[in-house]
Write a protein that binds this ligand. Structure first.
Ligand SMILES: [Zn+2]
Length: 185
């Protein structure tokens, strides 16, 4: 993909963590295949001073999203466990900023913007365009991109840099995002 970054851009990588990759507790099929696609893009962004943000699902054990606590998901991304770590093949720049979410006891946070203060920070940094990729397309990537466009940022989703939980809901997510003006590139 031939993508040019300019000042005011940000790369926002959603939840590329062990538990969401094959072998993890909530694996997305071929979730790890996005990494060789994303690493050169991360490198390119860093080289021209574009900020790189990585969100992570970072749950306490009693998180309400877990089935055993009344939610819909198997236990995943428990704070400070191997499953919550970023995938080891992901090349993370030293100055990357980490956004932890899913840390609350009263609700889940699919979007990296949901009560994290990230939207205000991006405005302070004069961010204009947000490039989103990561896992999973039909859950946290979608919700992050939807919030991004609602906050007034020009928003792009890197199609080769994401994978869905299911093919069908992945297609639905793409259509829903396009309708909101999010560009799928
Ligand atoms: Zn979660």
């Amino acid at each position: 993909m031939n993508m040019e970054f300019t000042e005011g851009d940000v790369l926002l990588l959603v939840d590329i963590q062990n538990d969401f990759c094959p072998g993890g507790n909530l694996p997305i099929e071929k979730g790890d295949e996005i990494i060789p696609f994303l690493n050169p893009i991360i490198k390119k962004a860093s080289a021209v001073g574009i900020p790189v943000f990585l969100s992570r699902d970072f749950h306490p054990r009693l998180h309400p999203s877990f089935k055993e606590n009344g939610g819909k998901w198997p236990v995943h991304c428990i704070q400070d466990t191997e499953g919550a770590r970023f995938h080891p093949d992901l090349n993370i720049p030293d100055n990357a900023e980490i956004v932890s979410k899913g840390t609350r006891f009263d609700k889940d946070q699919y979007s990296a913007f949901d009560d994290t203060g990230l939207g205000d920070l991006f405005k302070k940094l004069k961010i204009k365009r947000v490039f989103v990729a990561g896992l999973a397309l039909d859950v946290c990537v979608k919700e992050t991109a939807v919030d991004s466009v609602k906050l007034g940022f020009k928003t792009y989703v890197l199609k080769q840099g994401t994978r869905p939980v299911s093919k069908r809901s992945g297609e639905q997510a793409l259509n829903q995002m396009k309708e909101l003006g999010i560009e799928i590139i």
